[in-house]
Design a protein around this ligand. Structure first.
Ligand SMILES: Nc1ncnc2c1ncn2[C@@H]1O[C@H](COP(=O)(O)OP(=O)(O)OP(=O)(O)O)[C@@H](O)[C@H]1O
Length: 496
């Protein structure tokens, strides 16, 4: 093509339509609809949308490439703008298998290096389309990020109920924003200030969602060294704040210097220091931390700096923060246990994970899908017969409207228990139900004191949830108090 040639109106229209698809959320219905409009004639049963789209794009590019590789430099600035996403999509899709193999190797071997065949070919193709070396390297890093995000969101959060689909869309937007063009031009290197709050009951997959976001951050590709600036598998760190007594939380977060307090016999790096510049830190069970720790964390989020205990040197924290809790944050705020300012600084985005009962109410076949996935995880291979047996056992042991208070984690336990014993201990669930009736009756009769009421409730939850920690989280009590009430209930004549 001659320099600064203009695209035909037909080509320009085609490129603009493809551009919209390229920048759309791949988990959105709008994108699926746009693909059908452009590539519907090429779609076959079982064919992925992208494959049909690639067929259409290939035909158009082959025609344009007939007189030599058609590049950005051949076009006016306006037409180059239209063509750019199509070139990117084309190169990205032709290297999907190479990107997947690279991601798998990086996950298992924790390396940052990229093999020459993939890097040189992919970058070479972009350069031939008119991208500079630096731009090509940046787009290689973006392709790598897109593929990771797609994989971790799709594979990590299974489910076809509407609420799961909308969760996957929300997670994608959390990584790339809802405007991918803005992400591409400005925000790709500025996401660390966008913190996220993940809400939802215990076992709904908040940890899983955080890991999907955390492993999908942007990591620059250093093309002259043919490696990434960091390994994505190392760039996600999680700390469960409910595991540590108050005295240790500070040290686990901020670190300490040798001699800072009795027992500080070595220097210790906290999670903030260990988190990489391109990384994400999950502060799990954020609803458990005290006000003084909230103030210190707020400072980290606002000023991006922290000081280890016993040190005078401030250190910089450059990562992104995700916080998660299964506690009702607004109630904690109302009770003065969670600071407003900290809450607002944490939630550039707040995502609520759906409960398993909501998912099953929307799409009853979600249970079979999840059981299939869990059986595959546990056996190492898919086995429809075993999956069927587990589903039969669940149907035999539980009422159809069983509320799954422990969500997917409880379902995981149920599948394990059925694999071990052939049944999911309906006795436990039934006794929880019986207790619940008895407790309600006792409340109705007005014969419970405050302490017996709390004890009855804790015991009921304990039967359902199985651990003191879970009961403590649900009730907002600390673990020792929850334990005390659970045992008190057993000794007190009451609604057992
Ligand atoms: N949609 C899902 N698809 C596949 N597995 C899931 C899904 N949701 C949750 N899980 C699995 O359920 C278990 C519990 O998930 P996770 O630990 O992420 O829950 P959580 O919401 O963080 O719980 P908690 O609040 O108690 O920490 C994990 O083993 C996770 O792999």
């Amino acid at each position: 093509m001659a320099a600064s040639q203009m695209l035909s109106a037909r080509d320009r229209d085609f490129f603009l339509r493809i551009g919209k698809i390229v920048f759309a959320n791949p988990f959105s219905e709008i994108r699926a609809q746009q693909v059908r409009e452009v590539a519907g004639d090429f779609m076959r049963p079982g064919m992925a949308d992208a494959e049909a789209l690639m067929t259409v794009i290939n035909r158009r590019l082959q025609a344009l490439d007939a007189q030599g590789t058609f590049a950005l430099s051949d076009l006016t600035a306006e037409d180059a703008h239209c063509a750019k996403p199509v070139f990117l999509f084309d190169v990205y899709h032709r290297h999907l298998a190479g990107l997947d193999a690279l991601i798998e190797r990086q996950a298992s071997q924790r390396e940052t290096r990229v093999d020459a065949t993939l890097a040189d070919r992919l970058l070479g193709e972009l350069v031939r389309r008119g991208f500079s070396d630096e731009e090509a390297a940046r787009y290689f890093a973006l392709f790598h990020q897109l593929r990771r995000a797609y994989y971790f969101i799709e594979a990590g959060l299974v489910g076809e109920s509407p609420s799961m689909k909308s969760l996957r869309r929300a997670l994608w937007n959390n990584v790339f924003t809802h405007d991918m063009q803005l992400f591409d031009t400005h925000l790709w290197k500025r996401m660390e200030d966008f913190s996220t709050l993940l809400l939802g009951e215990t076992g709904t997959g908040k940890g899983q969602a955080a890991a999907a976001i955390g492993r999908s951050g942007h990591i620059p590709y250093l093309w002259q060294q043919r490696r990434f600036a960091a390994n994505f598998a190392d760039s996600f760190i999680a700390i469960n704040l409910s595991q540590f007594p108050e005295t240790l939380i500070e040290s686990e977060l901020f670190g300490h210097r040798k001699g800072a307090f009795t027992g500080a016999i070595e220097h210790h790096d906290g999670v903030l220091a260990r988190s990489s510049a391109h990384g994400t830190l999950l502060l799990d069970e954020i609803g458990e931390v005290s006000i003084p720790i909230q103030i210190k964390l707020l400072q980290v989020l606002q000023e991006r700096s922290f000081t280890p205990i016993g040190s005078h040197q401030t250190q910089r924290f450059a990562g992104r923060v995700i916080a998660a809790t299964n506690r009702p944050v607004h109630q904690l705020i109302a009770r003065g246990e969670f600071r407003h300012d900290f809450y607002y600084r944490l939630c550039s985005d707040a995502i609520t994970l759906p409960t398993l009962r909501q998912r099953l109410a929307e799409a009853p076949d979600e249970l079979a899908r999840l059981v299939g996935l869990l059986v595959t995880r546990m056996l190492g291979v898919a086995d429809a017969t075993v999956g069927g047996r587990v589903l039969d056992a669940l149907a035999g042991c539980l009422p159809a409207d069983y509320p799954w208070p422990g969500n997917v984690r409880e379902l995981e336990q149920a599948v394990r228990r059925i694999l071990l014993t052939g049944r999911y201990d309906a006795a436990i669930e039934a006794s929880a139900g019986a207790s619940s009736d008895a407790l309600l009756q006792a409340i109705d009769d007005g014969r419970l004191g405050a302490s017996a009421l709390l004890a009855g409730y804790c015991q009921l939850l304990y039967k359902r949830l199985g651990t003191y920690e879970e009961v403590a989280r649900r009730t907002g009590l600390d673990r020792r108090t929850a334990r005390k009430y659970i045992h008190q209930q057993a000794d007190t004549a009451g609604p057992a």
